[in-house]
Design a protein around this ligand. Sequence first.
Ligand code: FES
Length: 249
Amino acid sequence: MLDLGGQAVVLYGRAAFDRSQALPALADDLRPTLPAGTRVEWAYADLAGPSLPDVLDRLAAEEVREAIVVTCMVPADPSLSTWLAGALSQWSADRKSPMSVRIAAPAERALDMAGAVRCVLRHSAVEVTSVAPNLGKPGWSKIPEHQRQVFFCVGARCLHRGAEPLYQHLRARLKEHRVLSAGPRRAMCARSTCLFPCNLGPVMVVHPDGAWYGGLTRERLDKIVSEHLLLNRPVQEAVVHVTPGHPDP
Ligand code: FES
């Protein structure tokens, strides 16, 4: 086992599947089993986080000497694993932090999945007809009134660049304007997985205008709300691309 004295273990998973349940529970299980003084934290690669940079920033501020990141996704995501080392190296370079960061092998490597499947097959399984057939609630057939849709990327790389607090900022700003929250001018806002131009992140797209915004900041979002969504004037300095067929902003 790695020597963990005075260090932190950061469990890294996907919130889309975990819903803030499995990783926190795993952290609670691990803490009493690791050497005394070892911190066990958790971070997510997507959605609401906490993102890995946020957790590392907190550990560094608390003067933790070393953090070991363990990816706990099953199945592991090879492209995320490939990107992660460089992204964390970038974190170290940007922060100039004395805290060293290491990446352990993905937890999946140590799992006996075939054994797990054999194990569950030994127990009873639920007959599906014991549950009433149901594909969704009646209200889920209705598309709400709206003028625009905003897709805000909270994929792993945008999350790494601070997407989640920016998304919350956008939601808060939209709520301040009744006209943007309901009715024919509503701007429907949804988080999305990777939209592809990760290097331009944090990224969002406003449709049907075809306006792609990059390098988002709170100030830029404020301007996008007050000028684009309220006054129909895209914020030119933040537009990184316009979907073909749409007029340039
Ligand atoms: S993660 Fe946001 S564009 Fe790829």
